[in-house]
Design a protein around this ligand. Structure first.
Ligand SMILES: [Zn+2]
Length: 574
């Protein structure tokens, strides 16, 4: 395609409201434009990028035996009431009424619609499994849409669903999607990890998340340096090996005026954060409980919620804490509390801690939890940390930030039970279908790839998803000989099947080089009077910046070799 006839509205300046690289660069490269909060227009280059990602996704879905369909954006409330999610789903579900006063919503996901469709058609085990997917626009009314395509309200997603007659079949469906996802993200050229994940609001028996590694990611993942173990930190089990218990002097109160936080107590008493116990008061389905973790650890609400088998869990507010512990926020301790007290496993093995003193401006020193407090139970209650051991092999672990781009769920009977999606088995007995659901954020994967691959000059696209694989820059379009050579090279590249953007604009070379770097095509080729005189074409690998010269008189083979080198540089070792 000729640059002169393309609509590529690049921006010289960084947009002020763009906080992360992908948002900033996709706007600057003229690929997206904001319509309203969390809602974007995909301009021609942006759409080419999405189409390339979708093509790879489609090929792998089809290869895994899933068939494509397309479901509507507007969904009737009745189905959501049947599944129970009309009440459960919060304000992220955009609800409205049509002219006949019927309640509707914009689909944030399609379990209800597809379950309704399949239960209406499938009667016999002979019709199973059913494996379907779509690539479609979703809407979730995020409270704080931000980071451009990373957390938008409207986004493009591939969602797939499987219906099987038994657990073995459902596990085969799950495995085939897991494997397809591995191939998709490898082909997309991003560095990623598949991790054990928490099931979140969709529910079900187990799931994996696919995370693109990037420092701007909102999730933290942990992986073992010794074995294959990888998990979301929220999900990671902690293997606590125990420490030696020591003797503990008698407990006593100490004045700590104004020291509410762990850091303030550390500063005042000179003890390390690991010797402080935080006492957090929660309301679990309205019932107060206290949870204890070390001062340098993060309590994991999902683990506490699972332990208590609670539907809902939230931190108690200051007034409730004061009423329950008789101390202002920051001074609660486990001693003498009239509440169930749950302590993290790690606290079990050591003693001589500092805790809140259950009185204003007071802490307690030399606390032995088994002597001085009544602990209802010790349990795994916190997020894994860099100094923990791998729960599988005991090896060292590494924590990294990640962007979730895919998620595979074993749903089990969650929807088939609620919506009665049943079939008759070979003995004529009625049974419920076993479901799985599998998502890839198509527009988010584009943003994640840019987060992972960019530099000061612009985007560095993996070849698989670059709007164009190559850019051909003609430096002197008014020099007839240079222009004719550029035209020939353009024709040759197209004949070789290279997706090329031909910069034939009457612009200064500096403008063209800057745009080429900003747009991030993996291969740059340059034709100008000087290189033409030497019968070479200058080229640059955008990723590593390495420049080469290709023999103009043997361009086809020279280009072929160079292009394979550029593409090979992108083969990911995750
Ligand atoms: Zn391990």
């Amino acid at each position: 395609m000729r640059f002169s006839s393309c609509y590529i509205p690049t921006l010289k300046e960084s947009p002020a409201d763009a906080e992360v690289a992908s948002h900033r660069l996709l706007l600057r490269a003229g690929m997206i434009r904001r319509l309203t909060a969390g809602v974007y227009v995909y301009l021609p280059l942006g759409l080419r990028m999405l189409d390339k990602i979708s093509k790879i996704v489609r090929e792998e879905m089809n290869a895994a035996g899933f068939q494509e369909l397309l479901m509507p954006v507007v969904q009737p409330a009745d189905l959501w009431k049947e599944s129970g999610r009309w009440e459960q789903y919060g304000k992220e579900l955009l609800r409205f009424k049509d002219r006949n006063d019927r309640e509707c919503c914009l689909g944030p996901t399609h379990e209800e619609v597809i379950t309704d469709m399949v239960r209406g058609e499938v009667r016999s085990y002979r019709q199973l499994p059913v494996r379907l997917y779509q690539i479609q626009t979703k809407f979730r009314d995020e409270i704080r849409p931000r980071f451009g395509l990373m957390r938008g309200r409207e986004f493009i997603m591939k969602d797939a669903y499987s219906f099987d007659m038994d657990v073995a079949g459902a596990e085969r469906s799950y495995k085939s999607m897991y494997d397809a996802y591995m191939r998709i993200f490898q082909r997309l050229g991003v560095r990623f990890r598949a991790v054990e994940a928490d099931n979140g609001s969709i529910g079900g028996s187990f799931s994996h998340e696919f995370m693109v590694l990037a420092d701007t990611g909102e999730d933290t993942i942990v992986f073992c340096r010794n074995c294959d173990y990888a998990a979301n930190v929220e999900r990671a089990r902690i293997c606590w090996t125990g420490e030696k218990a020591r003797s503990c002097p008698p407990c006593r109160g100490v004045a700590t005026p104004g020291a509410h936080t762990v850091n303030e107590v550390v500063g005042m008493l000179g003890v390390p954060p690991a010797k402080i116990v935080k006492t957090l008061v929660f309301l679990a389905d309205g019932r107060p409980v206290a949870a204890l973790v070390r001062g340098d650890r993060e309590l994991n609400e999902a683990k506490l919620k699972n332990l208590l088998k609670a539907q809902d869990i939230k931190l108690a507010d200051a007034a409730a804490v004061e009423r329950l512990t008789r101390a202002p926020l920051g001074f609660a301790g486990p001693q003498g509390l009239d509440l169930p007290v749950y302590a993290d496993l790690e606290l079990q093995g050591d003693t001589d801690y500092v805790t809140g003193g259950n009185a204003a401006d007071t802490h307690a020193m030399h606390v032995d939890l088994s002597r001085d407090a009544h602990v209802t139970a010790f349990a795994d209650l916190r997020n894994i940390a860099a100094d923990d051991r791998c729960p599988c092999c005991g090896g060292d672990v590494t924590l990294r930030r990640g962007i979730e781009v895919g998620h595979v769920f074993m749903l089990g009977l969650k929807y088939s039970e609620a919506m009665h999606a049943a079939f008759l088995d070979e003995k004529g007995r009625e049974r419920l279908m076993i479901m799985g659901c599998y998502g890839i954020g198509v527009s988010r994967v584009a943003a994640a790839a840019v987060e992972q691959n960019h530099d000061a000059d612009g985007i560095v696209f993996p070849p698989s998803m670059a709007p164009f694989e190559a850019v051909l820059i003609c430096l002197d379009p008014n020099n007839a000989q240079v222009a004719a050579t550029a035209e020939k090279i353009y024709a040759l590249l197209r004949r070789l099947g290279v997706d090329v953007l031909y910069d034939d604009r009457e612009e200064r070379p500096g403008v063209k080089f800057k745009d080429a770097d900003l747009l991030g095509m993996p291969m740059q080729l340059v034709v100008g009077a000087k290189s033409l005189a030497r019968r070479v074409v200058e080229c640059k690998d955008r990723r590593c910046g390495e420049k080469s010269e290709l023999d103009l008189d043997h361009l086809e083979s020279a280009f072929g070799q160079w292009a394979s080198r550029v593409r090979a540089g992108w083969d990911t070792g995750t």
